[in-house]
Design a binder for this molecule. Structure first.
Ligand SMILES: Nc1nc2c(ncn2[C@@H]2O[C@H](COP(=O)(O)OP(=O)(O)O)[C@@H](O)[C@H]2O)c(=O)[nH]1
Ligand SMILES: [Mg+2]
Length: 274
């Protein structure tokens, strides 16, 4: 095990099997207490890599799990040469991604939850959308859309499916002129060159919105693809109200309407913009 361990900074240990250099694709998965689903996700990722001969690295960011997630991950190091494990002590979906995205080496980056809801078999579809075709540039960001295909009933709380998600997606479409219908979808892919321009900072679930909003504000090409969404294994880490509020607050903070209002109010009150 010792030769597979390299200290990289302060609180972080990077555990890795010998790397294949340089990967074209980075698959990154945040994980907080997902012991029931993690092995299934690992096996599905291995399968898609093998089937499509993907030149990839797979980064699991363990968010200080208190269950057996890390033990299961470490068991997989031998026999899975693409696997890397990062530990992030700071809790939060965004914290996990910020840690992982700082390490990616691939040209194309795929992201998905560690709960078996998303189909890792879709990775080649996401990559295809990112790549240029016959001189037509590919997308900078591709986001899955869970609502285009029929969802099994009860797959998510009704207030997420019919109120929270549509409302917040509507606001993002309205304010930032993006044609994305499922802004919270965790299955997405982004070009590394695009990622480098984003300076992503939020630590909670609102990270998902921040990525889309910043791409939109920079005029990047954003596309969506219909995906299959399955019933989650294990417990959801999403808190409807606090996470919903964090998304809304972020949308308002970046919205042109609110920033114009604050400039207007500042000018009325004689407050100088910094
Ligand atoms: N909420 C939360 N999720 C985390 C954290 N760290 C990693 N995650 C992972 O982020 C992903 C999204 O969370 P999930 O519970 O599936 O949210 P949902 O898909 O909106 O129900 C899962 O893979 C979690 O394991 C964390 O600190 N908080
Ligand atoms: Mg999930």
């Amino acid at each position: 095990m010792a030769d597979k361990t390299a200290k990289i900074e302060g609180d972080t240990t990077l555990l890795t099997s010998p790397t294949i250099n340089p990967p074209e694709i980075s698959i990154i998965v945040p994980c907080y207490n997902e012991e029931q689903a993690i092995q299934i996700c690992i096996d599905k990722i291995k399968k898609v890599i093998k089937q499509h001969n993907l030149k990839s690295e797979v980064i699991f960011v363990n968010n200080a799990s208190t269950d057996n997630s890390l033990v299961i991950l470490e068991h997989n190091l031998s026999g899975f040469k693409e696997l890397k494990i990062l530990n992030e002590e700071r809790r939060g979906y965004g914290s996990a991604y910020i840690k992982g995205l700082a390490q990616v080496q691939g040209q194309y980056i795929c992201m998905a939850d560690c709960d078996d809801t998303y189909d890792f078999g879709d990775i080649p579809l996401f990559i295809k959308k990112l790549k240029d075709h016959n001189g037509v540039p590919g997308a900078d960001l591709v986001v899955g859309n869970r609502f285009e295909k029929k969802l099994p009933s009860g797959i998510m709380p009704w207030h997420h499916q019919y109120i929270g998600n549509p409302f917040l997606s509507f606001l993002v479409k309205l304010f930032f002129k993006v044609k994305i219908n499922d802004i919270h979808c965790g299955a997405r892919a982004i070009r590394n060159t695009a990622l480098q321009k984003l300076d992503l900072r939020t630590h909670g679930m609102e990270f998902a919105s921040e990525m889309i909003i910043k791409c939109a504000k920079l005029g990047m090409k954003i596309e969506e693809i219909p995906i299959t969404y399955r019933i989650r294994i294990g417990t959801s880490k999403l808190n409807s109200f606090s996470d919903g509020w964090r998304h809304l607050r972020l949308i308002l903070r970046y919205s042109p309407l609110i920033s114009s209002l604050s400039v207007f109010m500042s000018s009325i009150l004689g407050i100088k913009e910094k």
